[in-house]
Design a protein around this ligand. Structure first.
Ligand code: SF4
Length: 203
């Protein structure tokens, strides 16, 4: 059994029996997580996130929540790693952050102008074979923002997989503003809502 199939939901109750195969049975891991959450940098960030969650619950959009998280942490700058297809949205985001006195250092996915051929990606794997196409370089985005010493990174629409590489190499905390989904207007959950309807999944 895994959490997605669990009907007990003991994890949000004060007491009750813990089901078999529940991750909560791993008391050693829970203790380790508590130890890490109590570390000063993590604790401050974690508490700020909880305050933002509670204050804006149901009425602040995610963009506002990011601004409020920065304010709660006294962050005056953030890094924005965005997809070139979302440059207008990146500009709108940085404009909104400026209204909250937060400076945005941004870097686009295509930074480097490196041809796909340099990484063994042939014509058959291009989006438009026969044209000049450059790689996305999430590691360059991460290294650049690391060097800028921003305390928080925001991901805006990086591709599946590129986002993972960015997170792997970014040294600051990273939050996701939007996940790339070209088919569903960057709302990947749309596929799951449709699946729930088609599969007739109920609570
Ligand atoms: S943590 Fe345990 S109780 Fe909570 S959903 Fe997972 S299996 Fe169920």
């Amino acid at each position: 059994m895994y959490c997605d199939q669990c009907k007990v939901l003991r994890c949000k109750k004060e007491q009750g029996e813990i089901p078999a195969h529940c991750p909560m049975l791993r008391e050693d891991l829970l203790a380790k997580s508590h130890e890490l959450l109590h570390q000063s940098e993590n604790a401050k960030f974690f508490q700020a996130a909880a305050v933002v969650e509670a204050k804006g619950y149901g009425h602040w959009p995610r963009v506002r929540e990011i601004a409020e998280l920065c304010k709660a942490m006294n962050y005056k700058r953030l890094g924005l790693a965005f997809c070139i297809g979302l440059q207008k949205e990146a500009l709108a985001f940085s404009s909104l952050m400026r209204e909250h006195d937060i400076e945005v250092v941004s870097t686009v996915c295509k930074v480097g102008a490196t041809p796909k051929e340099d990484f063994g990606i042939g014509e058959e794997s291009k989006i438009r074979p026969g044209t000049f196409e450059v790689i996305c370089n999430p590691i360059a985005q991460a290294l650049y923002l690391n060097e800028q010493q921003v305390p928080l990174n925001v991901i805006l629409g990086l591709c599946v997989g590129h986002d993972a590489l960015f997170v792997k190499y970014a040294t600051a905390f990273t939050v996701v503003l939007a996940a790339k989904d070209r088919v569903l207007a960057h709302n990947p959950l749309g596929a799951l809502y449709a699946a729930n309807y088609c599969l007739g999944l109920k609570d």
